[in-house]
Design a binder for this molecule. Structure first.
Ligand code: ATP
Length: 270
């Protein structure tokens, strides 16, 4: 069977309602939603709509979620691929995937292209000049730059890319007319964690005296993805114990379990 070239979702349901916290980032991407919806309004005075923006921040903070929400809010199709897919790829495949991706996105424009983990293809060039294994990555990166440069002013495709390592990216990516905007997506503070809990508690049957303020204070350093995990884990723990609703103790047990998992992960890294 033919491998899937990339994920294409023509009807994105995600909206800003699904993204808790991240007020600054949401404000910045709201402008991108506007560019997609009303391009003439912005080009009427001769201005050029930006082609790309980089979403920068730690893992699990909602970069992918936010990119999908841009497509959902603008009601445009969402094309995505992950930089890590290119790591072990045969010569020529990466560049042709990028070409296909842009071709499809242009056919369906206005549209969004999302490239997750762009650092996997966009690391600064020349650092490993001696190893031939980097050729494929470089070809892929070059194709990406070529495609972005080739966009006409009224193509109306906006490319969003995510990374947690903006510092190692090839500066060619950040040049004017490419990913010349950076949007920061940080770990949530205590108030934002509470908002994220609210989003992920919506689908759960929860105990009526669940204290969100308390839960948010029990989870310093947690990302949105960690909190989503806690909520799901708590529901499973409660169900396993035959409860009719998810209560405070289930959440505390879930938090402990997630912290245990995070500690294990860190041990492997260090
Ligand atoms: P990575 O860098 O690891 O790819 P990411 O920043 O792209 O991570 P997402 O994949 O968007 O993170 O987040 C994973 C999941 O965590 C989301 O699908 C969502 O369920 C939850 N999540 C993360 N951030 C938020 C947020 N701000 N509001 C609500 N849910 C969130």
């Amino acid at each position: 069977s033919k491998a899937k070239l990339f994920d294409q979702n023509t009807e994105v349901k995600t909206t800003f309602k699904d993204v808790a916290g991240l007020e600054g980032a949401k404000e910045e991407v709201q402008e991108i939603v506007d560019f997609l919806k009303f391009p003439e309004k912005y080009t009427s005075l001769g201005g050029k709509i930006p082609k790309g923006a980089l979403l920068v921040g730690p893992p699990g903070t909602g970069k992918t979620l936010l990119a999908r929400a841009v497509a959902g809010e603008a009601k445009v199709p969402f094309f995505s691929l992950s930089g890590s897919d290119f790591v072990e790829m045969f010569v020529g495949v990466g560049a042709s995937r990028v070409r296909d991706l842009f071709k499809q996105a242009k056919e369906k424009s206005p549209s969004i292209i999302f490239i997750d983990e762009i650092d996997a293809i966009g690391r600064a060039r020349g650092k490993n000049a001696m190893s031939g294994s980097n050729d494929e990555r470089e070809n892929t990166l070059n194709q990406l730059l070529t495609e972005m440069d080739g966009f006409g002013t009224n193509t109306n495709v906006i490319v969003l890319a995510a990374t947690n390592r903006a510092d190692i990216l090839d500066t060619a990516l950040m040049r004017a007319g490419r990913f010349d905007r950076q949007i920061y997506v940080d770990l949530p503070d205590v108030r934002e964690r509470q908002e994220i809990f609210e989003v992920h508690l919506r689908p759960l049957k929860k105990d009526k005296d669940l204290d969100l303020d308390f839960l948010s204070k029990q989870t310093p350093g947690f990302s949105g993805a960690d909190i989503a995990n806690v909520c799901n884990e708590a529901a499973l723990i409660a169900a396993r114990n035959g409860k009719k609703s998810v209560d405070k103790q289930d959440f505390l047990d879930a938090v402990d379990r997630i912290i245990g998992g995070l500690e294990k992960k860190n041990k492997i890294i260090t």
